[in-house]
Write a protein that binds this ligand. Structure first.
Ligand SMILES: Nc1ncnc2c1ncn2[C@@H]1O[C@H](COP(=O)(O)OP(=O)(O)O)[C@@H](O)[C@H]1O
Ligand SMILES: [Mg+2]
Length: 259
């Protein structure tokens, strides 16, 4: 089982789009995949067709200890792709957890060993480094960092890396940055290539970038409103092609690991 968080405290960089589409593409390759929506905006849940207004349980109930993991996991309608959905209730969780002992590890604790039944667990983080994100960072083993190929892309990366180092030291020694994903690439801008070069100057990021670069593609921005991943909504699009290539590269990481 690989557990991977899509992390960047900047909003609008492609976390949710990547969680939904990478998850769907890995499922298409026959992998058993669970995605977890940890953003109170619930964009991931909506993207994958979940009716967030009629949920019996959401991730909020799970971290409050109000339901079992088996009760909150639902199938997305796509074979091999399950989700723990969120809704707006999650926005109160950070405050409600303040007085709770072990508040950084409630998610890990309540998930228990249900994760072991999956090949991949992908977690969509909220755009902050607050308590919800800490709860993710304490149980995943890997981080994928989506970056936009634009001038401000690296703003905030130092802060993100500081948090990463603190979490590694105090809460989760197993945490590793294992992938940088460039999203919304437009080949015309020379700037894009400059950003790709600049990333190499941040030691823990270094050479972690995936070869696959996700191009800007209008079909990717349309698919959430249809409640479908790109491979169902527009299978022949560039977006579909790119995320399928990324999924293959993610699987290949396992073969290239020296054990
Ligand atoms: N490669 C892409 N091409 C075009 N639009 C994209 C692409 N990736 C993401 N988007 C759109 O950009 C917006 C922000 O992406 P999103 O994945 O929601 O970012 P985040 O989760 O980091 O806030 C969304 O409207 C999404 O549909
Ligand atoms: Mg998002």
């Amino acid at each position: 089982m690989r557990s991977i968080a899509l992390l960047n405290q900047k909003g609008g960089v492609g976390k949710t789009t990547t969680t939904a589409n990478l998850g769907a593409c890995l499922a298409m390759l026959g992998k058993k995949v669970l995605v977890i929506d940890m953003d109170p905006q619930a964009n991931l849940s909506v993207h994958l067709g979940v009716d967030i207004h009629n949920l019996k349980y959401s991730v909020y109930n799970l971290i409050m200890g109000e339901c079992k993991p088996e009760e909150v996991i639902i199938n997305t309608g796509i074979e091999n792709l399950d989700i723990i959905p969120a809704n707006i209730e999650l926005s109160g969780a950070e405050i409600e957890l303040v007085g709770v002992v072990g508040r950084e590890t409630v998610l890990k604790e309540y998930l228990g060993d249900v994760l072991d039944t999956y090949d991949y667990v992908l977690v969509d983080c909220p755009p902050s480094l607050g308590l919800l994100t800490l709860n993710v960072l304490t149980f995943v083993h890997e981080l994928f960092i989506p970056l936009q190929t634009e001038f401000f892309a690296l703003q905030g990366v130092s802060k993100l890396l500081d948090t990463y180092e603190v979490v590694r030291k105090r809460l989760n020694h197993n945490l590793e940055i294992t992938g940088i994903i460039f999203c919304m690439y437009t080949s015309r801008a020379r700037l894009c290539n400059e950003v790709i070069e600049k990333v190499k100057e941040f030691p823990p990021l270094g050479d972690k970038a995936f070869t696959t670069i996700i191009r800007k593609n209008v079909k990717l921005s349309e698919s959430p409103s249809h409640g479908k991943p790109i491979i169902s909504y527009a299978p022949g699009s560039h977006g579909s092609e790119d995320y399928r290539a990324l999924a293959k590269e993610v699987v290949q990481q396992e073969n290239s690991k020296v054990s």
